[in-house]
Design a protein around this ligand. Sequence first.
Ligand SMILES: Nc1ncnc2c1ncn2[C@@H]1O[C@H](COP(=O)(O)OP(=O)(O)OP(=O)(O)O)[C@@H](O)[C@H]1O
Ligand SMILES: [Mg+2]
Length: 418
Amino acid sequence: MTERIRLLIVDDSTDTREHLTRLLGFEADLQVVGWAASGEQALELVERLPVDVILLDVNMPGLGGMATAEQLAARAPAAAVVMMSVQNESSYLRSAMRAGAREFLVKPFSSEELVTAVRQAYERGRELLEIVAGRSGAPSANAGQNAGATPARRSGQVVSLFAPKGGVGRTTLAVNLAVAAAALGQRVALVDASLQFGDVGVLLNLDPRSRSVVEVVRELGEEDAEAAEKMLVEHRSGVHVLLAPPSPELAETVGSEQLAGIVASLRAAFDLVVVDAPVSLTDTTLALLDGSDVILCLLTLEITSIKNARHFLNLAERLGYPPTKVQLLLNRADAGYGIRLAELESSLGRKVSHTVVSDGRTVVSALNKGEPFAMAERRSRVGRDVARLARALVEGTSAESAAPAREPARRAFAWRAR
Ligand SMILES: Nc1ncnc2c1ncn2[C@@H]1O[C@H](COP(=O)(O)OP(=O)(O)OP(=O)(O)O)[C@@H](O)[C@H]1O
Ligand SMILES: [Mg+2]
């Protein structure tokens, strides 16, 4: 018999719980394994029951559906949430998706809509976990356990800079981190994976006619990703660069597997491969993040940046990345304007592993000259911060501080950051 999808029904109305159980009972591939009359009860039950899909009512007394969904993401990361509500407003749908729901059902719904939503939520969850785990098979309740494991054959390490919000300094720090690591004597490759609007070439003042990833992919055969290392453009800092396509429409000529394969192959030739990863969580981004040893999750002391970082941390956990793989990198750390570092850490329940100060004069003049500040202005505060970041990564001393704070987070201003 094929594997059955195990369901938990969470609704404060006994009638609804019974009705849903009856409807689901007609489907051979679905099995209701538990019922909860409140969000609190659901959170307790998922600790004990193996559950694949949770049907969750939005309007419940006590802990409401949205808050329950957010907490379920941490407690039962492999379970998919299907939210049920009488409200059909787009703001509700968006909130539900932000809280981690995969499907949204508006009451009253037909039995067909119900079972379709359950199956889709389950399948989508499996697909996402399989993309990230880079393997096929049935992850079910144990999904993602190996998703963050370091790939077996390796020499150099892959460090991706990922920001769940654009414009926070990802390219600036990726470029200068690469240059600072090269100054430490490391062999460094820098990959501009922002395929549509990559800025790495501009920050390094490289000839726009230089070979980009488009030509590298075209010229490489199916089997010889290893040859990619010889096709990178060398910058005078010693950093070898894989440039983004020269125009946005060419981005689609580069497949996610191809790019991830090239990055993996660069481990053999370089001590450090720095990836400027795209903002959006596409297959390409997930493939790159999965293949990374360290993900530097970049954020600033702004409420929107913090909110998105929280969502990314939740997702990373659901994808099975070990906490030490994701390290928080706070840019412009002294420009809080009302939010302090301690509040940020308390809100996210995580320590910030690295900080870089705000220094517009140095950063922007380096940008405009096409000369990384890690070369010309390495004694500036921002230059020293990036050098410290490079040293921590090269020496592998940053992983420890990436572990979650031991005390559960006091959500000091969580209500604002949601
Ligand atoms: N530490 C810093 N101090 C002052 N300015 C900074 C700092 N880091 C980055 N900036 C400035 O912030 C702006 C955005 O930086 P950058 O282009 O690197 O961000 P990004 O996250 O790569 O953006 P995008 O999402 O568009 O790719 C630039 O003007 C840059 O000079
Ligand atoms: Mg950028």
